[in-house]
Ligand binder design. Structure first.
Ligand SMILES: [Zn+2]
Length: 450
């Protein structure tokens, strides 16, 4: 791809730590002043708690302000339609409204002013550039996996060429590569292997598409070594991870070619903290720090949020990189919402996926963790994991035992592995559903029939 400029925004992406602190402190104080003057939601919340934005005089004071929970934003919208009392600009200034893919309850709606749409596009440009997109990149944009696709389109157009494609239109995606010369793909982490299956069925070699990079987001996966290796070998390209947050900014993190964790790329747009999720205290950021991501917006007109809890659990993997970016690097290891507790141990479904995927090519990488028919309190170990095996996996019983042993050793819980042939487990075109909660289905069934 042409254009060998290393960064989209060199100054912001390579800020030395002291300058980063200055830039963020200045922006934070300006944003908090705006929040104090314009957000009815925060005026009420802060006054009830006896705090005010003026309590924050330096960036280190941010912990004097309370967290914002997703549920509060939902309630705020129920009480004050359509965007809630946390909207801080006139409705006539709102130029775009997204709905976030709420995993629970009704979706929340996110408004962007023209200014907000521009900052989101700026962050997305930095992320795409970090992953290797350049002038000359042509990227099919499949709308469904990303509800914030319009902001991706803005950014892709600034860098290269975007090819909008409808939902589930596999042949049109293939056509974009074969006829238009598309050379990069933006998808969820689980999509590339599904896409490879579709190609195989049509007798097309995935390498023949000429994909240089697949950028994945929306769920953990690209950073799982066995999954990454399989995708990179299948397509002959780089498989890199990106992450944003629907309530905060479309892209906040992106992985560079050195693949040592996603760099923070939203300098001046979002301020990140990592907190201990149990006691709510901000943690010092250094390699190895593990905790929940919390974001404060720094430059937002429509919905400025203060200390928004993401439920994303991350580990800091690097604080400097050969690429020259100074934004810290992280990997996501799960979400509070996904986490299940088995025999007293916290288990992230993506971690089970990782252990199983190490048995490729004997297994395909598709799994389903089945939770029992009774609610979580009444669990009886062991937990049941269905694992899809390839056509000729060899000695089945030995493979089953090896996977069970590996799960027990690496994740410290006992699993009952059931090997199933290809075609039994559902395939998800977009986000993979790793856990099937049988007790929920039972309740739903009861509701329908009663
Ligand atoms: Zn880097």
């Amino acid at each position: 791809m042409e254009d060998y400029r290393k960064y989209w925004n060199e100054r912001m992406e390579t800020l030395p730590p002291e300058e980063f602190r200055e830039v963020h402190e200045k922006a934070l104080l300006r944003q908090l002043k705006y929040v104090g003057e314009n957000s009815a939601f925060y005026q009420k919340k802060f006054s009830e708690l006896g705090v005010e934005v003026g309590d924050v005089k330096r960036i280190e004071d941010l912990n004097r302000l309370p967290f914002t929970e997703k549920a509060e934003l939902r309630d705020s919208q129920l009480d004050s339609s359509p965007l809630g009392s946390h909207i801080a600009c006139p409705m006539t200034s709102v130029k775009r409204i997204y709905s976030t893919s709420g995993t629970t309850g009704r979706p929340t709606y996110i408004g962007l002013s023209k200014h907000d749409a521009n900052t989101w596009a700026e962050a997305a440009c930095r992320a795409f550039w970090t992953c290797g997109l350049r002038t000359g990149s042509i990227v099919p944009l499949v709308v469904a996996p990303f509800l914030i696709a319009a902001s991706y389109a803005d950014a892709l157009q600034k860098i290269g060429t975007v090819v909008p494609i409808g939902v589930g239109a596999t042949d049109r995606i293939i056509g974009a590569f074969q006829h238009i010369g598309a050379n990069a793909l933006l998808s969820t982490s689980s999509y590339p292997l599904h896409f490879a299956d579709s190609l195989e069925k049509r007798g097309i070699d995935p390498k023949s598409l000429g994909i240089k990079v697949i950028m994945a987001g929306g769920e953990p996966g690209a950073a799982i070594p066995s999954v990454r290796q399989k995708v990179e070998e299948t397509f002959g390209c780089a498989f890199l991870e990106m992450m944003g947050n629907g309530d905060m900014c479309g892209e906040i993190w992106a992985e560079c070619e050195f693949k040592k964790g996603m760099h923070f790329i939203a300098q001046g747009i979002v301020h990140p903290e990592i907190i201990d999720p149990h006691i709510g205290e901000a943690l010092e950021i250094r390699v190895g720090t593990k905790g929940e991501l919390v974001y404060t917006s720094l430059d937002r007109e429509c919905i400025p949020l203060v200390r928004f809890r993401t439920r994303d659990h991350v580990e800091v993997t690097q604080t400097s990189c050969e690429c020259g970016r100074t934004g810290l690097g992280i990997r996501v290891f799960g979400r509070t919402d996904d986490m299940i507790i088995v025999q007293g141990v916290n288990v992230y479904p993506a971690a089970v996926w990782d252990v199983v995927a190490n048995f490729a090519p004997k297994v395909t990488g598709v799994i389903e963790i089945q939770l029992p028919t009774s609610p979580p309190e009444g669990w009886e170990p062991p937990i049941h994991v269905k694992v899809e095996h390839q056509v000729d996996p060899g000695e089945m019983d030995a493979l089953k035992k090896k996977i069970e042993t590996s799960i027990r050793e690496k994740l410290i819980f006992r699993a009952n592995v059931e090997l199933v042939p290809v075609g039994i487990l559902p395939k998800y075109e977009y986000k993979a559903k790793l856990v099937r909660k049988l007790y929920e289905e039972k309740n739903e069934h009861n509701r329908v029939t009663s």
